[in-house]
Each structure stands twice: as structure tokens, then as C-alpha cells.
Design a protein around this ligand. Structure first.
Ligand code: MG
Length: 445
């Protein structure tokens, strides 16, 4: 089966010029694809709707309410083009499809390609990046340089292509953030994970959190993605809106969360903190803090009866318009389905066909059983490189890293700002060790 091919890091091929290869019809599940396309396209449409008014205060949106995708504004984009939220989601989806599984190193490599080369950006370059994501990618870049020397790679491209087997044996730490980093930059992009792993909900929930941990190391940011990932999976299975938004949801689907309780800040949201009739005037805020974003997106979903109405409610809160609407779109699109997203918006959306094609591949390549998922998690590529003792890369995060990646234009300093939350980091047991013990008895250690 020939799978959709994504460009290499340096090929300057814009998303709408990527050659589309669709999965065989007989392998597709139309009902699931309806929800998966709805979620991915919903994300991109929310992003594109909010792009022209990103950072505008609520008062501005009252005077100039958004009703459609518009050109110009904050980033000067043509109507229908999207920002970092969608570009990063497509990087994540391209990794899941290309790797046929969850390879966090490859995900970070692709995010770096976007940051450095504009990979899968709607404009061909990275013009919009959150502080936490930028810090994590700078840290990743620094660690990769050490790795390059350690494994004697000649080029950066060689380091980028290293198998996860080598990465693990080298002791490379892919999690490039730290506790206290709780912006919304992971929640805005993570939907491809639950869309790929939906057949195994507990795995989908866990990996939703792990996809966040790469760039946003606080439990609040991680658990926001675990909770929202569970909602997206339940929506794919056709769960009723009333149940999705009920405080009973978490208890009803508790087994999806394994034994690890959600953080109290996320539990508060799951208990219904977003149900505020007055919206903005009742305290719903569209900021870069992940809890505010989660609340605002759920409020938009709760306060409307259609994809369109909810998306406009999200954008017209002002503030972090594109990210709140992109977050909303991930769940609302899965719930309402692709066919219930306004046709006019779908027609205007940049690279809509590619996004649909990616959604179909996520559905087809995602697997149902844990053993298969485990095989996909561990790419057992035998390396000819003999490694000495593992290198240790848990570099103190307070260290200042000299940027080697050309700096993009600075964004609003208040955007996606990390909150400093005094708290103890979690256990320290590595994610891979945790998965090994749960899903496999024969993985290399
Ligand atoms: Mg954005």
C-alpha cells in the first residue's frame, strides 16, 4: 500500500502542493472518518477564523464581530490560511502516519523543521510560535547537537533520521520542557494523537498527555490534553453532547485514565467550571494559560447548537482567538462531523484536501489492539552504530541556550506565557519505562 508522502525538511513544498495519495476505500471506515476529518478540519477552521483577530481584546470583537474567515489583520494572511496551531498539528499527524506510530523524537524533529524551515506551514515559514514551544525546540536543538557528536553523525539530517531505538539507547531525553510550563501550545495541536489511537482509548488518553509533555512539562498542560483527548475519543464513538459535558463523564470513562487522577485544576473544569451563561462577563477568558483555553473551548461547545455558532462564540471572546477556536474545533468537529461544518468555510480553508487526506490516513493506519500499538511505538530498527555508555541529557532547564535557530518575529509577550506554578515534578519514572512495563514484556531496556 503506498502511503501519503510528506516532503523532506528542506523541500520548499507548500501544503497545497503535496501530492495526495488516498488510502484504499475498502480500508476506510466512513463513520470514523467523518468524525476524524471533522476534528482535524475543525481545528484548522477554528485557527483560520481566529487568525485575523489574534490578540485583539474582547471590546474590539464586540465592535467588529467575526462572522467569517477574513484576509489581513494580525498576520496579514489571506482568508482561509492558518497559523502555528494547524501547522504543528499537521507535523504531528505527518509523524504518526510516516512512523506508523508514536515516535516522540520524530515529532520533535518535525516541529523543529516547522520552526526552522516552515515545514507544513501555510506560508512556507514559521511566523507565529508560543514561548514555551520555542524554548523547548531550542532545547531540543541543543540536545541534538550533543547527540550528533555522540553518535558521530556527519549532518543534521542524519541526526534527524536516527531511529528511536538509537535514541533510547543513547539515553536521549525527548521531553524538552519542565514543570511550571502550562501554556496552551500543546492543547492546540494534539488532536492527531486521539484520532490515530481512538480504537484503544486508554492508550489515546495516555499518549495525548505524552505528546504535550515534549514541549509543555507541567501536569496541568499534560492533563488538559488527557482529558480533552478522552472527550475527542468519546465523540468519535458518538457519545451524546450531554454526557461529554457532564461532570459524570470523567467517572463514567474513568478506566480510560488508568489509575492516574487528573490534576485538580483539570478536575475543576471536568466538573463543569465552563458552564457560565454570561461567557466573557461570567469570567470565561481566552488567554494562553491552558486551563483558561480549555474552559473557553468547552464553554463555546456548551453554549451553541452547531459547529458554526460555537466557533464564532470561541473567536469572539477575543484574546487568543485562533487557539481557543482551534481547540474548540478539535472536539466540536469530531462531535458534529465533517458534513456539519459550513461548506463556505470548508471551501475557503487552505489545503482542505490535504487535511482530509491526512485524516483518512490517521483512521486507516491507527490500530485497534495494544500489541500492534506497541509495535508501532517501538520502531525496532537495528542500528549499525555501536554506542558506548548512554549519554545523559537531563540538562538543567534554567541554562540559557544560545539560539542557533533564526529567530522568528516576536509575538505578543502576553501570548502563551508560561505560568510559574510552584509544585513538585511527578515521579520521575520515564514514560518509556512505564509503557514497557504495561504494554510489552520483551522490549529492550
Ligand atoms: Mg496560532
Amino acid at each position: 500500500m503506498s502511503v501519503l508522502q510528506f516532503p523532506s525538511s528542506t523541500e520548499k513544498i507548500l501544503p497545497d502542493a503535496i501530492k495526495l495519495v488516498w488510502p484504499p476505500t475498502e480500508l476506510q471506515n466512513p463513520a470514523a472518518i467523518e468524525a476524524i476529518s471533522g476534528s482535524l478540519v475543525g481545528l484548522a477552521i477554528g485557527d483560520a477564523l481566529g487568525a485575523s483577530v489574534e490578540f485583539r481584546p474582547q471590546e474590539y470583537l464586540i465592535a467588529h464581530p467575526v462572522r467569517d474567515m477574513k484576509s489581513g489583520g494580525t498576520w496579514g494572511l489571506p482568508a482561509g490560511k492558518w497559523t502555528d496551531d494547524t501547522a504543528m498539528a499537521l507535523c504531528l499527524a505527518s509523524s504518526l502516519i510516516t512512523q506508523k506510530g508514536f515516535n516522540p523524537y520524530d515529532q520533535m524533529v518535525r516541529y523543529k523543521w516547522w520552526y526552522k524551515h516552515g515545514y507544513l506551514s501555510s506560508t512556507g515559514y514559521c511566523f507565529d510560535i508560543g514561548n514555551a514551544t520555542r524554548d523547548a525546540l531550542e532545547e531540543f536543538n541543543h540536545r541534538q547537537k550533543k547527540l550528533k557528536r555522540y553518535v558521530n553523525c556527519r549532518t543534521e539530517s542524519e541526526v534527524d533520521q536516527l531511529s528511536f531505538d538509537i535514541i533510547q539507547r543513547a539515553g536521549f531525553n525527548v521531553n524538552c520542557s519542565r514543570p511550571g510550563v502550562a501554556g496552551n501550545g500543546a492543547l492546540m495541536r494534539f488532536a492527531p494523537v486521539p484520532l490515530f489511537f481512538y480504537r484503544t482509548p486508554s492508550l489515546a488518553v495516555e499518549l495525548s498527555g505524552e505528546s504535550a509533555r515534549l514541549t509543555h512539562g507541567d501536569d496541568i498542560a499534560i492533563d488538559a490534553c488527557r482529558y480533552y483527548g478522552a472527550l475527542i475519543v468519546a465523540a468519535i464513538y458518538g457519545e451524546r453532547k450531554e454526557t461529554l459535558l457532564s461532570k459524570q463523564f470523567y467517572h463514567q470513562y474513568r478506566e480510560w485514565f488508568d489509575r492516574r487522577e487528573l490534576h485538580s485544576e483539570i478536575l475543576r473544569v471536568a466538573d463543569g467550571s465552563f458552564k457560565r451563561l454570561g461567557g466573557y462577563y461570567d469570567g470565561i477568558r481566552s488567554t494562553g494559560y491552558v486551563v483558561n483555553t480549555l474552559e473557553a473551548a468547552l464553554w463555546a461547545f456548551w453554549s451553541a447548537n452547531s459547529f458554526e455558532e460555537g466557533a464564532l462564540n470561541a473567536v469572539n471572546l477575543g484574546g487568543d482567538t485562533d487557539t481557543v477556536a482551534a481547540t474548540y474545533g478539535q472536539l466540536a468537529g469530531a462531535y458534529y462531523g465533517y458534513r456539519n461544518i459550513p461548506e463556505a468555510w470548508k471551501r475557503k480553508l487552505y489545503a482542505n484536501k490535504l487535511i482530509n487526506c491526512i485524516a483518512a490516513w490517521l483512521q486507516v493506519l491507527g490500530r485497534s489492539d495494544i500489541n500492534s500499538s506497541e509495535q508501532r511505538l517501538s520502531r525496532s530498527i537495528t542500528s549499525p552504530i555501536q554506542l558506548p555508555q548512554p549519554m545523559y541529557m537531563n540538562i538543567p532547564q534554567s541554562r540559557k541556550v544560545e539560539s542557533t535557530i533564526s529567530e522568528p518575529p516576536q509575538r505578543d509577550p502576553h501570548k502563551k506565557r508560561s505560568r510559574s506554578i510552584p509544585r513538585h515534578p511527578r515521579s520521575g519514572i520515564s514514560y518509556w519505562a512505564h509503557l514497557n512495563s504495561r504494554y510489552s514484556g520483551d522490549r529492550k531496556t
